[in-house]
Structures are given as structure tokens and as C-alpha cells.
Design a protein around this ligand. Structure first.
Ligand SMILES: C[S@@+](CC[C@H](N)C(=O)[O-])C[C@H]1O[C@@H](n2cnc3c(N)ncnc32)[C@H](O)[C@@H]1O
Ligand SMILES: Nc1nc2[nH]cc(C(=O)O)c2c(=O)[nH]1
Ligand code: SF4
Ligand SMILES: [Mg+2]
Length: 235
């Protein structure tokens, strides 16, 4: 079963969440069941990007060509990769080749292949996104994943988002929990200004976190790739 692929890139470093700093390749699939107001990857679902239908074998070959043997980890992101059943074959192929796998998803759709992923980042969307979380779907997904394998990551832009994060962590206390700085200017090419602005937002999120008892065990992280390369695609 072919997979709609938006881009294959790397090696780069995982700039977010539970394995930040890990050298990894990226496979970015097309399509999303959400439409977050601040999505930094709108081109995967708003019609401005072009996807290609690829078989798992073709994707693996492209990863090998780009990675030139200097990688051992593949991250599948999107859009929502959990829209695509065909990713099962890609995951199996990565396992055969000895590559660890990670996925980025918002937690709205289950696929059996998620059980096979080494690091699943589930990123439920806070109020500022404009999306409404279906807790029953998230309960079901986290019920099928182990807390050694999965983590929760919440992007925070404001107080309401922070409160949402606190409630989420209280509901699922066994899963490692990450707060992530929201990028509110995903269009700008003025990297210096963006970095200064995002570091300010990081400072705000840290200060907010330090005062929050429910989030004592959470970790607060920026998007490292945005600090390094701004809003550039494919890094
Ligand atoms: C583009 S999404 C793709 C995967 C999946 N749809 C999801 O949202 O989890 C990858 C990650 O980027 C985060 N993200 C998207 N836009 C962002 C922004 N403007 N600032 C910070 N993080 C953002 C998402 O919350 C998610 O954790
Ligand atoms: N370097 C890097 N790290 C990332 N972590 C999550 C990403 C994503 O867009 O899903 C991403 C990305 O696009 N680039
Ligand atoms: S769920 Fe992820 S890819 Fe989909 S719109 Fe939201 S941030 Fe973008
Ligand atoms: Mg991204």
C-alpha cells in the first residue's frame, strides 16, 4: 500500500521532545485530519504542497541515498502519519534494516503499526490551535502504548494552553511530559529576530512552568531546529 509522501529529508537532529538531539532521517506524510491555526507544516494539508505516492521500498531507498549509511533512526511526521495504513510496511522495513523509528502524531487516530514504533510522540492540541480534543480517542491510544515507548508533548502559546497542559498531565501521569514553545511566526525569514523572540517565549514558558506544581516532572523545551535554522523546510 503506497503512502502519500510530502518530503524525505535528513540526516538532521530531532529538534523536539523526548529524543531531542538524536540524529534522524525524516519522512513527512501528506494530509491531516486537523487544521491547527498555528501549524508550522500547513503545506502538508492546505493544498500548497505536492505529495508523491511512494511504496515503502522506494522510501527506504531514498532514505539510504540521502543518509549514506550515516544514520540509524527514522522519524515519521506529517500531517498526521496515522491517517495511513501503508506505514506498517515502512516500519517493518526500517526494523529489518536496523533503524529505530519514531512518530509524531496528535493522538486522534489509532493504527496498529504504532505499537511497533520505538518512540511515539503524542501531541494533543491546546485551545489556541482551534481544535477540540476527543479525550475518548486519546484514552484509547494511550491505553495501547507503554509509557516507555510514548510521551506527551503540548505546544503552549498562552495561559489557556498552559492550563490544558496541566490537566492533561494530571490525566495521564505515567507518560513522560514535555512542554514545547509555540512558534507564532512560521512565515518570517528574519532568523535573528525570530530566535530572539522565541528565546523570550521560552523564558516565559520556563517561568510559568517553575510556578506550576502539577507539572513538577514535566520538561520544558524549545524547537531546537527553529532556533538553528528558522522556518526553513527540510531540516
Ligand atoms: C507539524 S506536526 C506533525 C505531527 C502531528 N500532526 C502533530 O501535530 O503532532 C509536528 C509537531 O510540530 C508541532 N508544531 C506545529 N506547529 C507548531 C508551532 N507553530 N510551534 C511549535 N510547535 C508546532 C506539533 O504540535 C507537533 O508536535
Ligand atoms: N529537525 C526537526 N525536528 C523535528 N521534530 C519534529 C518535526 C516535525 O515537523 O514533525 C521536526 C522537523 O521538521 N525538523
Ligand atoms: S495536527 Fe499537526 S500537522 Fe495537523 S494541523 Fe495540527 S500541527 Fe499541523
Ligand atoms: Mg516541524
Amino acid at each position: 500500500m503506497k503512502i502519500p509522501v510530502m518530503e524525505v529529508f535528513g540526516p538532521t537532529i530531532q529538534g523536539e521532545g523526548m529524543v531531542m538531539g538524536q540524529k534522524t532521517m525524516f519522512v513527512r506524510t501528506a494530509g491531516c485530519d486537523y487544521s491547527c491555526s498555528w501549524c508550522d507544516s500547513k503545506f502538508t494539508w492546505d493544498g500548497t504542497g505536492k505529495s508523491v505516492m511512494m511504496a515503502a521500498g522506494e522510501i527506504a531507498r531514498q532514505l539510504e541515498e540521502l543518509g549514506k549509511g550515516a544514520f540509524s533512526h527514522v522519524t515519521i511526521s506529517g500531517g498526521n502519519p496515522a491517517l495511513h495504513k501503508g506505514i506498517a510496511e515502512l516500519v517493518a522495513l526500517c526494523q529489518e534494516k536496523g533503524w529505530r523509528t519514531a512518530v509524531e502524531t496528535q493522538g486522534s487516530i489509532w493504527q496498529d503499526w504504532l505499537s511497533e514504533i520505538d518512540e511515539v510522540t503524542v501531541s494533543p492540541k491546546p485551545p489556541s490551535s482551534g481544535m477540540i480534543l476527543d479525550y475518548s480517542k486519546l484514552d484509547a491510544m494511550l491505553g495501547r502504548l507503554s509509557s516507555a515507548q510514548a510521551s506527551l508533548k503540548v505546544v503552549v502559546f498562552d495561559e489557556a494552553d498552559f492550563f490544558f497542559a496541566e490537566q492533561l498531565h494530571l490525566r495521564y501521569p505515567s507518560f513522560p511530559f514535555f512542554l514545547q514553545v509555540g512558534n507564532d511566526d512560521t512565515q518570517t525569514t528574519e532568523d535573528e529576530k525570530l530566535v530572539q523572540h522565541l528565546l523570550g517565549r521560552y523564558q516565559w514558558l520556563i517561568d510559568r512552568h517553575l510556578a506550576s506544581a502539577p507539572l513538577n516532572d514535566a520538561k520544558v523545551l524549545p524547537q531546537l531546529h527553529t532556533l538553528l535554522w528558522g522556518n526553513k523546510r527540510g531540516v
